[in-house]
Design a protein around this ligand. Structure first.
Ligand SMILES: [Zn+2]
Length: 447
């Protein structure tokens, strides 16, 4: 629904509403300016690309609820005038995107009404469910049309799975009980008949048992909620005096409970969070994941398809930003990759061109992996020329690699058999580049 709310139209509606309340014009101007700024900056990322949402409110933005309500209330007014034309005594209720229409004339004109309502705005189209066998479902209720008054039962969609966090799951007890808290609270608050309430209680107990909870745990919770509901009106006023502060802790069993107790003493309440969220389980986009790691990486030049190999103790994406900043400023001595793009007039790579070769933390190992990769790519002529970490002549690993390569059975063109004490300084790189390489390596040393 949020993405169907037209932004400019809604801002107009809000500004008109404010004018009706005799709000200061300067203030209205400020509000509309702010709304224009906020609501037109709808960006999201998908597959590492940034997109702009052209119209409609953002899903999940804290502002979307209230803004959409302003638009929908404007629609409500039009709907109410339509239905009153058909039946003066009819009633209309709406909760978010679910509306209920009660008429005194058996709903005989419902099709005409729907036609008119769906003409109000292209973006807002209603479908209708009519009363069937004296019953209609609205939100999580079944309303039964009985004389002298309506009866209610709890409505569960056929798709309801009745799965809650299992009792033996490693979660804060508060999180586990939250679902039952809501179910019991609803059971007590909705005007159910005794018979219906007992039925609902049995369903809740059944759900609890299926998820590994004991019936007595749920009964205890029900008593607690009942007490709260009866006390509510009297206790609330005294409680409002002491200010409560909240902070979040990752749940870690007993230790977190002990910490919560300590915080409680200074009036800080702890709400728990867990790391094993569905989001963390589902979002395993390889690229975003590897860009959060550190180690040896390569970046491909999109124009010549040659690589820059590097190592970093930072997250890959942070190191990428450094390369990018060096390119943008430009400060070429800070990045050989930037030097490559600038000198050759090649497109600067996108983060998609960066990939993790080896996730590694320690210095020596990291050097070895980096050298291995440089060696491999250099040998295939796949390195950008500006790659100056070819300090490999001084590096033991590189010497060994070179040696192995020259003695490998597949490459017999040049067989080098050093004696025990022989140093193999200039195996592959001409001496003329020696000094220059060292120099630019010094310059390109990572921060
Ligand atoms: Zn290039």
């Amino acid at each position: 629904m949020f993405t169907n709310i037209p932004i400019n139209e809604t801002i107009d509606i809000i500004s008109k509403r404010l004018k009706q309340t005799n709000t200061n014009t300067q203030y209205i101007k400020e509000i509309t300016n702010i709304l224009n700024t906020i609501l037109h900056q709808n960006y999201f990322t998908y597959n590492l690309e940034i997109y702009e949402q052209k119209d409609g409110l953002a899903m999940g933005a804290p502002t979307s609820n209230i803004i959409s309500e302003a638009f929908l209330q404007n629609i409500d007014n039009k709907i109410i005038s339509i239905i009153h034309n058909h039946d003066k005594n009819s009633k209309y209720y709406r909760y978010v995107d679910d509306a209920l229409y009660i008429s005194q004339n058996n709903g005989s004109s419902i099709n005409e009404i729907m036609n008119e309502i769906n003409k109000i705005h292209n973006n807002i189209q209603f479908t209708v469910d009519k009363e069937d066998q004296n019953k209609i479902h609205y939100l999580d209720l079944t309303i039964i049309n009985e004389i002298p008054k309506f009866q209610y039962t709890v409505y569960r969609k056929p798709t309801q799975t009745s799965l809650t966090i299992p009792y033996n799951s490693y979660h804060p007890p508060q999180h586990k009980m939250a679902a039952y808290n809501a179910l019991i609270y609803r059971m007590l608050k909705i005007p159910l008949t005794t018979n219906e309430r007992n039925k609902e209680r049995n369903i809740i107990h059944q759900i609890a048992n299926n998820n590994g909870y004991e019936t007595k745990t749920i009964q205890k919770l029900e008593n607690k909620i009942k007490n709260k509901l009866t006390k509510k009106n009297t206790v609330n006023e005294t409680n409002a005096e002491t200010k409560q502060t909240y902070t979040t802790l990752t749940y870690n069993g007993t230790i977190t409970k002990k910490l919560a107790k300590i915080f409680k003493k200074v009036n800080i309440n702890i709400s728990y969070k867990t790391d094993n969220t569905i989001y963390n389980k589902l979002i395993t986009d390889k690229n975003t994941e590897e860009h959060n790691k550190n180690g040896v990486y390569k970046i491909e030049c999109p124009d010549c398809n040659k690589f820059y190999i590097g190592q970093t103790k930072k997250r890959l994406k942070d190191r990428f930003t450094q390369h990018f900043n060096a390119f943008k400023k430009p400060m070429i001595y800070k990045s050989n990759l930037a030097t490559h793009s600038i000198n050759n007039n090649h497109t600067f790579p996108n983060i998609k061109h960066m990939s993790l070769i080896k996730n590694i933390h320690k210095g020596t190992k990291m050097n070895i992996w980096e050298n291995l990769e440089i060696f491999k790519h250099n040998d295939n002529n796949k390195l950008i020329e500006e790659q100056t970490q070819i300090r490999t002549k001084q590096d033991k690993t590189f010497q060994i690699l070179k040696l192995l390569q020259h003695t490998s059975p597949t490459r017999r063109t040049y067989t080098h058999t050093p004696s025990n004490n022989e140093t193999i300084n200039d195996v592959s790189i001409p001496p003329s580049r020696h000094e220059a390489d060292r120099k630019s390596f010094r310059q390109s040393k990572r921060p």
